[in-house]
Design a protein around this ligand. Structure first.
Ligand SMILES: NC(=O)c1ccc[n+]([C@@H]2O[C@H](COP(=O)([O-])OP(=O)(O)OC[C@H]3O[C@@H](n4cnc5c(N)ncnc54)[C@H](O)[C@@H]3O)[C@@H](O)[C@H]2O)c1
Length: 334
């Protein structure tokens, strides 16, 4: 088992990555805790062996269940069960579970400790680390949430054995992203080493910018196109699949702006190919509609488009006026 620390002064915590390591959870249960609330989804079907008094609370699946109603329902059932301030919550699942469980934990009795046990690749390399919690509103994804760092994150790659093919792809969309954020070339790495390398990059970025005041925005590499098409609802792409196309798109935008050359564009495509990721949207998006959606992205400034783009200094947020570049780059991924 390998471990890495998320260095956040008094909020620091370890991320463990290994096989058959779910038992490690016990080590991080505070002695004060009399009860452990385990939040998960029915189909995940993973049993945590915990000696302390514990109870499983399930939430629904799909982004529509990632709602404030789910958060309130959890809090209410915790009251029913008698969960107190000195107890603890465990989020056992993908990003949706860890986001909702930690959100509920962060507001229940004004804040209960939480341990994240991600069971998807995306959760291990991204969602479970960094303390962002969230729920959707009908108006958009993750519009409400808190910053609430977990006490520990335990990534047992054995839990991924039951992960459907499509969820692997979603995870690899994020893994591909880290190739451009300073990770070593992970092609040829074992699964554990791949997760570790991504965790290393994510923990470094989170430690530099816990509350996303600056650097942390680079974790959105490839996400601007992804968020735009997710808003369209018509696209049959899962988030990680959309991120993969978004990474290719961002490379094209950077190329048309003269920030990177053809070789670097080819490298982007090589990485996406390596992980078997899709390179095109699969259906057309009207360019003017795309521009409108890009302009509404939360990174955008009034009158400007903002994309996270590759360049000589690495990946960084870049703001610009010229929508023509964005339209031109779109041709490659349509
Ligand atoms: N907080 C953050 O920093 C952050 C970062 C990235 C993404 N996210 C959030 O994460 C969510 C996406 O997470 P995700 O990709 O893990 O999806 P998910 O949590 O929705 O899980 C995808 C599906 O896989 C199932 N599943 C989970 N583990 C399984 C297992 N071991 N075996 C079989 N099935 C399993 C789930 O039940 C679900 O049906 C989004 O809501 C996104 O907003 C948060």
């Amino acid at each position: 088992m390998k471990a890495i620390k998320v260095d956040l002064a008094e909020r620091s915590y370890p991320v463990l990555v290994g096989e058959n390591c779910l038992g490690e959870v016990e080590r991080y249960l505070p002695s004060s805790a009399k009860r452990v609330a385990i939040v998960t989804q029915e189909q995940i079907g993973i049993d945590l062996q915990i000696e302390k008094n514990h109870k499983v609370f399930t939430i629904g699946t799909g982004e529509t269940s990632k709602s404030i109603d789910s958060v309130i329902a959890l809090c209410r059932s915790w009251v029913d069960w008698g969960l107190t301030r000195s107890d603890i919550v465990i989020g056992l699942g993908g990003g949706m579970v860890t986001d909702i469980a930690a959100f509920a934990a962060s507001i229940y009795h004004r804040g209960l400790e939480v341990i994240n046990v991600p069971t998807t690749l995306l959760g291990m390399v991204d969602a479970a680390i960094g303390g962002k919690t969230g729920a959707n509103l009908p108006e958009g994804k993750n519009l409400i949430g808190t910053f609430w760092q977990p006490k520990a994150v335990i990534c047992d790659v054995d839990t991924l054995q039951t992960l459907p093919e499509r969820e692997w792809k979603c995870g690899y969309g994020e893994v591909a992203k880290y190739h451009f954020l300073g990770a070593d070339d992970m092609r040829g790495f074992s699964l554990i080493d791949t997760v570790m390398e991504c965790v290393k990059v994510k923990t470094r970025i989170v430690a530099e910018d816990e509350r996303e005041a600056g650097t942390r925005a680079i974790l959105n590499y490839g996400h601007t196109l992804a968020h735009a098409i997710e808003l369209e609802n018509g696209f049959a792409l899962a988030h990680g699949e959309a991120v993969a196309v978004g990474i290719r798109y961002a490379a094209q935008v950077a190329f048309h702006m003269g920030r990177i050359g053809e070789e670097r564009v080819a490298y982007h495509e090589e990485i996406l190919n390596h992980y078997g990721l899709q390179m095109k949207l699969g259906e057309r998006i009207d360019p003017q509609r795309a521009l409108l959606l890009f302009s509404r992205d939360k990174k955008s400034k009034p009158g400007l488009f903002t994309f996270v783009l590759d360049g000589d200094l690495g990946v960084e947020p870049v703001s610009f006026y010229d929508g023509n570049i964005l339209v031109k780059a779109l041709e490659v991924v349509q």
